[in-house]
Design a protein around this ligand. Structure first.
Ligand SMILES: Cc1cc2nc3c(=O)[nH]c(=O)nc-3n(C[C@H](O)[C@H](O)[C@H](O)COP(=O)(O)OP(=O)(O)OC[C@H]3O[C@@H](n4cnc5c(N)ncnc54)[C@H](O)[C@@H]3O)c2cc1C
Length: 227
């Protein structure tokens, strides 16, 4: 929720806690691993404490495209297509559709996941009820893919991703605030290549924050090779 520097040379963090977790903590260093626009909201008040305008301007330069996802389940009798996923590169509303149930060995019913284009999602960014948008996408997919029953699932869920995919990103592995206390930002918006950049950026931020602390030796075990 909020970060402030203390006179003891630590960060004081106020947390939004719904259970018994602490609502406040102090930290010697902070890695902010959230989308840049959300990081900007969190860190902008620190301009008053001397956080560099260049750093805040760089955060401000990052932009994201939104996306709407629809998950839809169908009757066991529906004849599933032979394809597993389709990318619709020139469609105005639908960007991608995948037969999600094909990933599960014990799938009981056909389940599809639909991803909207950014343009479609922007039209519903602040809509209270996303169900009409989901129904529109399902109907569109049914017509586009010539599978009429796609329009009438037994159930569906819809989810809005306000910061889905970085559209304007930084060509660097992490963003150091250059503050008096260690503060580093990271995420897929550093590199812009989705999960690969998110992983790379997180690892680079960890090395940077360690170098600003006590330069402890890092584990020799390689994180990626343990996956
Ligand atoms: C629909 C969809 C499908 C995708 N499919 C693929 C794919 O197939 N392959 C691929 O490589 N990538 C895919 N991606 C992209 C991938 O999910 C992201 O690149 C990746 O998750 C980014 O990781 P991150 O750690 O930078 O940020 P995130 O995964 O966004 O994590 C940031 C977290 O911080 C939390 N947060 C935000 N603000 C605060 C705050 N103030 N306090 C505490 N927590 C906060 C958020 O809730 C979130 O959980 C997809 C993305 C979407 C939306």
């Amino acid at each position: 929720q909020m970060m402030t520097p203390t006179t003891e040379q630590t960060w004081h963090l106020t947390l939004d806690s719904t259970d018994k977790a602490p609502t406040e903590l102090t930290a010697g260093a902070v890695v902010v691993a959230i989308p840049a626009p959300q990081a900007l909201m969190l860190l902008k008040p620190l301009a008053e404490s001397g956080l560099s305008p260049d750093f805040l301007d760089t955060l401000h330069s990052v932009e994201f495209d939104p996306c709407l996802s629809v998950m839809a389940g169908y009757s066991v009798d529906c004849p599933v297509p032979t394809w597993k996923a389709c990318t619709l590169s020139k469609d105005s509303d639908l960007a991608w559709i995948g037969l999600d149930s094909s990933k599960r060995p014990d799938a009981q019913i056909p389940i599809f996941v639909l991803q909207s284009t950014a343009e479609f999602a922007k039209r519903y960014l602040d809509a209270e009820d996303l169900n009409p948008a989901a129904e529109q996408l399902l109907s569109h997919a049914a017509k586009k893919l010539l599978i009429p029953w796609l329009e009438t699932p037994d159930w569906f869920q819809v989810h809005r991703w306000r910061y889905a995919f970085p559209s304007r990103f930084l060509n660097q592995d992490y963003l150091d605030a250059g503050a008096a206390l260690p503060l580093v930002c990271c995420g897929d918006w550093c590199g812009g290549n989705l999960i690969e950049s998110a992983m790379n950026s997180g690892l680079a931020a960890a090395v940077e924050i360690n170098s600003q602390l006590k330069k402890r030796s890092l584990p020799t075990e390689q994180f990626l090779s343990t996956l």
